[in-house]
Write a protein that binds this ligand. Structure first.
Ligand code: NAG
Ligand code: NAG
Ligand code: NAG
Ligand code: NAG
Ligand code: NAG
Ligand code: NAG
Ligand code: NAG
Ligand code: ZN
Ligand code: ZN
Length: 476
């Protein structure tokens, strides 16, 4: 007894330290109209239901199709896999995009709310006593992308669906502005849920307002809110997990132009970077979605000086449940369905492991059985002793030079669908620039091999040749 007390006095933190876990599930894009008798180039809908595309080929799979969004069977199998693999997490992050990639004409506010409600009840049935920290994506508004400043019917209805997950202050805050912060009970972690939809270049409520308009400079005073919240959490010595749907910076898979492709309006991207720099001491990690791919981003003390000591924050982009092939450009591609389990130290908030589980969709459809498996463990695959801004900066540098390491990253990027033979040296540089240069101007300077649209055909030929050579080298 005395020994125990002495021990507790000497190692108070070690006694309390515990490894907690949470699931990050995102971009389910549940399509209520998916049918195996539908056609692939019509989102796997029945021909008669969706008429705007060309003639279709038949037989989409039982668990989904790379050309389409998630059928109910895929949604159910993902959530059941989470419950089977790890039924008692400390909490779940659910970062939005609940509806299918189809025209607004198929939706209205009630239909969007119904789909959010259906997913809410499926998730809640498998995790009835687990705290959830949910937010909405750009597809969870009618019309899509047009999330408004201030209250809306949709927010109120969704806040009511989520009432048991959002305690009083988060409920009010979410209902009013689509954002909130909340402590994770029994840990030093606080979730700060941002409403990134206000910073989206396709949101006509904010994108074109002049800087002189207060809602142009800082829509919904969102940066001012985050600044105040982060200051208070710092004073309370909390460890913050920032969560959001749309990430800052450039998309790591878009090869059409040297400037790349981004979602935030430039002025909001700049302020986002400043916000992270100003508060990096209290921010432990950031968890985002929307890309449907698996990647990460780094923030530096000074975006212009990337010395070894200067990475101050990192952001993990989680892969999607939907396998849907992006229509942005041919190379952006599809992915296998994924869900992600994260282990963390409840005292320091530091991540100890990021385990990505996936469904090989092709196999599942062939076998008529959904067998979710571990795709990879982050620290093991990348040989990291910890997950931190500096270890991820070293990893990024390794990805540039070490082909074995890059193969692992690139395979994970599409959740085991593509291998790095599909990625030329130009594509490799693009990933490096997207990961290390969240600033748009710096990205364009970094992405020196970037092509213009007119060169795309020629470069594709070159990269096919380069891939062929690499494939020969690797297979020998
Ligand atoms: C599903 O298809 C029906 C029939 O065409 C259509 O009326 C409805 O809007 C679609 N629903 C969704 C959510 O896409
Ligand atoms: C989840 O299920 C529990 C138990 O049935 C219920 O009390 C709670 O309201 C549900 N929460 C949500 C968000 O559906
Ligand atoms: C929070 O961290 C402090 C050390 O900074 C530790 O003493 C305390 O036990 C932690 N609280 C919880 C709930 O883990
Ligand atoms: C970051 O801090 C600087 C200096 O205090 C301030 O001018 C700027 O507005 C802050 N940026 C954000 C986004 O909070
Ligand atoms: C991967 O990490 C999980 C913790 O999330 C652990 O339980 C499992 O044993 C690890 N598996 C491998 C193959 O490293
Ligand atoms: C590249 O990474 C692999 C896998 O971590 C490692 O085994 C190998 O030693 C590395 N190669 C070099 C040249 O660093
Ligand atoms: C890489 O992908 C290509 C195209 O899908 C495939 O033909 C090849 O077998 C794959 N190589 C490896 C090593 O998996
Ligand atoms: Zn999405
Ligand atoms: Zn999205």
């Amino acid at each position: 007894m005395i020994l125990l007390i002495v021990f507790m006095l000497i190692f108070p933190y070690n006694i309390q330290a515990k490894i907690g876990t949470f699931w990050h599930v995102t971009d389910l894009h549940y399509d209520v109209n998916y049918t195996t008798s539908g056609s692939r180039d019509k989102m796997c809908w029945n021909q008669a239901t969706r008429s705007e595309d060309g003639a279709g080929s038949a037989s989409p799979g039982q668990f989904g199709d790379y050309e389409c969004d998630a059928p109910l069977s895929l949604v159910m199998s993902a959530v059941q896999a989470m419950a089977n693999l790890h039924p008692k997490p400390d909490f779940v992050l659910w970062t939005g995009d609940d509806t299918a990639h189809v025209a607004d004409s198929y939706f209205n506010t009630n239909k969007v709310v119904d789909i959010v409600g259906a997913l809410t009840s499926i998730l809640n049935q498998s995790f009835p006593t687990t705290p959830f920290f949910p937010i909405l994506g750009n597809h969870d508004y009618y019309p899509k992308n047009q999330f408004p400043l201030g209250k809306s019917d949709l927010q109120t209805q969704v806040a009511d669906l989520w009432r048991s997950w959002l305690t009083k202050i988060p409920y009010t805050s979410f209902q009013a502005d689509g954002r909130y912060w909340a402590d994770v009970q029994g840990t030093n972690v606080t979730i700060v849920a941002l409403n990134t939809l206000l910073w989206y270049k396709s949101n006509d409520n904010t994108a074109f307002l002049p800087d002189s308009d207060p809602n142009g400079a800082d829509p919904g005073k969102h940066f001012a809110w985050a600044d105040e919240v982060l200051r208070k959490l710092s004073a309370r010595k909390r460890r913050v997990y920032i969560i959001g749907h749309i990430p800052p910076g450039k998309f790591e898979r878009y090869q059409q132009t040297k400037e790349g492709f981004h979602w935030f309006q430039p002025r909001y991207n700049d302020r986002f970077i400043q916000m992270i720099q100003n508060h990096s001491d209290v921010i432990e990690a950031q968890f985002f979605a929307h890309h449907h791919t698996d990647s990460f981003r780094l923030f530096f003390k000074d975006q212009h000086e990337h010395d070894p000591g200067s990475p101050v924050s990192y952001l993990l982009v989680a892969p999607a449940v939907t396998p849907w092939r992006s229509t942005l450009s041919p190379e952006t591609g599809a992915n296998n369905p994924a869900v992600r389990l994260i282990s963390f130290d409840t005292v320091t908030g530091k991540l100890t492991e990021v385990s990505t589980y996936y469904l090989d969709l092709g196999n599942a459809n062939t076998q008529g059985k959904a067998d979710w498996k571990l795709l990879y463990n982050f620290t093991t695959a990348y040989g990291l002793s910890s997950v931190s801004p500096s270890s991820l900066y070293n990893l990024a540098k390794n990805l540039k030079t070490n082909t074995t390491m890059f193969e692992r990253y690139y395979r994970a990027n599409t959740v085991g669908l593509e291998n790095s033979t599909a990625c030329s040296s130009q594509c490799n540089l693009l990933h490096w620039c997207a990961i290390t240069e969240v600033d748009y101007t710096r990205f364009s300077k970094c992405n020196t091999n970037g092509v213009t649209s007119s060169l795309w055909g020629a470069t594709t030929t070159t990269s096919v040749l380069a891939s062929a050579v690499l494939w020969l080298l690797l297979s020998s």
